[in-house]
Design a protein around this ligand. Structure first.
Ligand code: 13P
Length: 368
């Protein structure tokens, strides 16, 4: 209801870009049709998203683990390896890029955007500028990146990005997350989502409740639920067209340091219960982040949710570490290992593709 009203209101008022003084003669209905189609393609059966949008600081940490210097050329060589993996588009519907990466090209002169488009994967872009300490709220963060975002989105659209990502982090601890931090992040994320849709770019909204801590699964369910409730309230208030958006979120899991861990089945049930309570059915898909879960946990938990079935949204993946870790380790910076590294990525993509329909099993890992 909320989103239908939003679309009707936008149709009546005309395109937002016109109102903001930018020349756009395209009707709003056409804009939202294209975004809705892109959003559905990103969660089409058997496929999911590769998050390859590590900021310069984060990729440095990943490269440190394999003893590779984080130079611009090494980052380009690594991303080239990922994006030129034979058949990558079969299970990878879209790839999230970083500002540096969306401007880079492969050895053969094609831009990475072209490489992905030709492989059948939709290029996307990370647009937030990171989670920063929230002033006067010790231990909590707020995600920045709204300044100049309208102009940056227009440039990314010109470069070929069809979807975007904005990540907020929520920490569980003594007395946190506060409602204030949840609200501040939800508000910023909704402003980003509205600006993205104005630029005809599908917003992925990503609130990540971090796994760090000793909290139990109930605490994660509570924090995830409060965060999603605030987020969807803000998205409605900002008139965001939900069918032209996607949710990226953590699974509901106990903290890494919790005394009691949970089974895949408990995690799947808690996650679906939490999403059902807070995510409108107009959202076409929920794509999970891996957030520190192992490669196989990320796959088997997604599989469990799809095996149980009955969710109104597509349940898919948008993994960074859980898709790339094996590939990075196989590569260790050497050209001679590129094929092995590509095989490792293709394998994880295929396993997660199977998890989209509950057809994954652990035996398939060793069969590879
Ligand atoms: P992980 O799957 O490594 O958590 O990364 C996903 C992501 O894009 C985090 O913003």
């Amino acid at each position: 209801m909320g989103s239908r009203l939003a679309v009707a209101t936008r149709a009546a008022l005309g395109s937002r870009t016109e109102r903001n003084g930018h020349p756009s003669l395209r009707p709003v209905s056409e804009m939202s049709d294209a975004m809705r189609t892109t959003a559905r393609k990103l969660v089409s059966p058997g496929r999911g998203i590769l998050a390859a949008d590590e900021s310069t600081g984060t990729i440095q940490k990943r490269f440190d683990q394999i003893g590779v210097a984080s130079t611009e050329e090494n980052r380009r060589r690594y991303r080239q390896l990922l994006f030129t993996t034979p058949g990558v588009g079969e299970h990878i519907s879209g790839v999230i890029l970083y500002d540096e990466t969306i401007r880079q090209s492969a050895d053969d002169g094609r831009t990475f955007v072209q490489v992905l488009q030709e492989a059948g994967s939709i290029p996307g872009i990370k647009v937030d500028t990171g989670a920063k300490p929230l002033a006067l709220f010790p231990g909590e963060t707020v995600t920045e990146g709204l300044d100049g975002l309208r102009e940056r989105l227009a440039e990314y659209a010109d470069l070929g990005a069809r979807f975007a990502k904005w990540r907020a982090t929520i920490v569980i601890g003594d007395g946190i997350p506060t409602d204030f931090a949840i609200h501040a992040n939800a508000h910023g994320m909704a402003r980003y989502a509205a600006l993205s849709q104005e630029a005809d770019i599908v917003p992925i909204v990503e609130p990540e409740i971090l796994m760090d801590g000793e909290h139990d699964i109930a605490a994660c369910e509570d924090a995830t639920g409060r965060t999603l409730a605030a987020l969807y309230e803000q998205l409605a208030a900002h008139r965001v067209d939900l069918p032209g958006s996607l949710l990226k979120v953590n699974m509901v899991v106990p903290g890494k340091g919790a005394a009691t861990q949970a089974s895949d089945e408990e995690i799947a049930r808690a996650t679906i219960r939490c999403l059902t309570a807070h995510v409108p059915t107009e959202v076409p898909g929920v794509v999970f982040l891996s957030g520190g879960m192992s490669d196989e946990e990320s796959t088997s938990r997604l599989n469990e949710m799809n095996r149980v079935g009955g969710a109104p949204w597509e349940l898919s993946f948008s993994y960074g570490r859980a898709l790339q870790q094996a590939s990075l380790k196989a590569w260790v910076g050497k050209d001679a290992n590129v094929e092995a590294a590509q095989r490792a990525l293709a394998h994880r993509a295929r396993m997660n593709g199977l998890a989209r329909s509950g057809e994954y099993s652990a035996e398939l890992e060793s069969a590879a």
